[in-house]
Ligand binder design. Sequence first.
Ligand code: GLY
Length: 409
Amino acid sequence: MTYKKYKMKKTTLYILLIIAFFSCTKKHNSDNLYSDALLPIIDSALSFAEQQSLLMAKKYETQDGRLPKTYQDGKDMSSDSRWWCSGFFPGSLWYIYENSKNPETLNYAQLYTDRVEREKFTTDNHDVGFMLYCSFGNGLRLTGEERYKEVLMTGAKSLGTRYNTNVGLIRSWDHNKENWQYPVIIDNIMNLELLLWAAKNSEDSTFKNIAISHADKTIEHHFRPDYSSYHVVSYDTITGLPHLKQTHQGYSDESAWSRGQAWGLYGYTYLYRETGEERYLEQAKNIANFVIHHPNMPDDYIPYWDFNSPDIPNTPRDASAACIMLSALSELIDYVNATQAKEYMNVIEKQIRTLASEQYTAKLGENGDFILKHSTGGYPFKSEVDVPLTYADYYYLEALTRLKKKYEK
Ligand code: GLY
């Protein structure tokens, strides 16, 4: 072999090794990561979800402007579009339609999505992202409907009005309970996806600058050294620094409210997808590590409503937190190495098997026509405790859809 040939062979070998390394770290389908036994469970959960959600859709069809909220003490509870959860039921219908392609489901997805449209003008709270991106965002992704773009863009502008340059974050609430000067809750990380969509679909870099600033300041001030997060951080509007760190829906100021941890995990996962910034991936992995290995995380990975509730195990679980984590991990699994992916898949599989079982999945026509039981909204103020919630169903369906696609690759 000539020296030139030897050099070429060596270079080819290096290239092959690099390719092999990246295939091992990023692609797992070939390693049987997604067990065949899970697919029928996913399919049957999606098929049940359609039957159940069509009952819900028919129930509210003639109730002008109403959207499902929960089912409590044997009664259906609904809201108008002002409630922060108004986009979740239309969003659920979009995921169901994405899987079934049933024209009846499409009609309902469009009908309920339209019920949320006026929220594009909302400037008095931060929930615009939840309301519009789950409904119109999914609608646009699946149908390309031009009209939906205008709704999303107007909504992103409305959300942007809540950004204060001195603080560098979007204000969550306007009320000043507990002397908050400028309250920002961890949940707010979810609303940035709408801004990143607007940045990609306009010439205006402000949307992205706001999102990045909010995401970075949240890493700086909302998280503790163990990567758990505070629920509410209130900022001093003059110095731009936190003056209070508290809870609203959690057990205590220093506790880890389960849904808050789930919002953080989900938020930094999509922030990595949308920006490619490694610091967001690291943050997501660290949050995942915190929740997965928490000593109070049950074996089925459906967390109690707060990781630090002193009443564990005699206190309610929060299926909604589990579903948000499940959906986040179903995406994060694509960005990590094979060992990490295996660990996430173990969690995902246990969560799906539990959520799809009779313990959590309702019977057809029961549970107020919601899919899942046992979520907890605001435990400290005895609101929506151990009930179905629209966002548990939404993130469950999103996770099932994300996972189903992995089998189709
Ligand atoms: N964003 C409100 C909640 O998670 O309850």
